[in-house]
Design a protein around this ligand. Sequence first.
Ligand SMILES: Nc1ncnc2c1ncn2[C@@H]1O[C@H](COP(=O)(O)OP(=O)(O)OP(=O)(O)O)[C@@H](O)[C@H]1O
Length: 233
Amino acid sequence: MTSLIEAEHLTRILPATVPVTLVRDVSLTVGEREFIAITGPSGSGKSSLLYLLGLLDRPTSGSLRIAGHDTSALDDDALARLRLETLGFVFQFHFLLPEFSVLENVMLPMRKMGRLSSAEMRARAASLLEDLGLAGHLDKRPDQLSGGQRQRVAVARALANDPHMVLADEPTGSLDSKSSEQVFQILRDLVHKRGKTVIAVTHDLDIAARADRRIHLVDGRVVSDERVAQAAG
Ligand SMILES: Nc1ncnc2c1ncn2[C@@H]1O[C@H](COP(=O)(O)OP(=O)(O)OP(=O)(O)O)[C@@H](O)[C@H]1O
């Protein structure tokens, strides 16, 4: 199995008068088609670890290979490119651009990548949105949608460039229970139907319980990393 992430002894220390250690000596390997929940108490470093794995931050020490690329050897532009090609993000707050339509929001990462024509970008964005149950909403602005619908647009945007992995930081954290369940099902389908790897930071014990692998952090350290056999369905 190809490793999408190979992290060895990752540590992230924030320089300050009293330095703050966000992530301590984390080593882990992530392969294809994994559905991973990162859990832990508030302040245990879950988001900090996700940002390192998602190339939104750099470690103070340790090594990180993403899709076979040694990230320490890459400058910021190359890192941004690797991020665009291999990773999609879903955050707790959707971060959709309010002045753009739903369709345009999903096209944006494709524009940055610069590989498709306008017509191809439109068709791909529309198809992703339709798959996520948003067919009637392509020309709306994000503020015309419900929270759950906006989060589904954020998932479509994360999939825009057909990444290997989707990283999600509390993806259901601001949703009601029905929308949370929908977003959970969508994330699970990304793994089981589209073959993506999904890593989700979550406080939601129900989601964590139904992930295929749970990584638990305490004080910036991995204290358990367990794979769980799930019943089908
Ligand atoms: N820029 C910063 N400056 C100072 N401290 C920070 C900064 N970013 C994070 N921290 C601290 O580092 C620790 C880890 O933060 P992080 O957000 O990664 O934890 P978390 O497990 O995701 O927390 P939560 O579940 O509350 O979102 C926390 O104690 C946090 O207060």
